[in-house]
Design a protein around this ligand. Sequence first.
Ligand SMILES: [Zn+2]
Ligand SMILES: [Zn+2]
Length: 80
Amino acid sequence: MQCQLSAHDEGEHFGLLTDTGAYGTALWLRWYETDETELIVLPDCPVVAPGPDGEGCCLFADHAKQHTWEAGPEEASCTI
Ligand SMILES: [Zn+2]
Ligand SMILES: [Zn+2]
């Protein structure tokens, strides 16, 4: 399981498990450096990139760090 957030050194990590739940939500695995893990259902991030072809963000609402469309292409880890 790989963290979906942009590179960061501390705090919680989030890995996407499945996006097939209720509309607008996804099942995430949250873990800490201590290897404590937790399954949580989170609403999708509603923020899209500016512009007519605004790309959607692959993360969850109120996530830390950048939206996936703000990160460089090599960092974009959207698996949906
Ligand atoms: Zn992380
Ligand atoms: Zn976002």
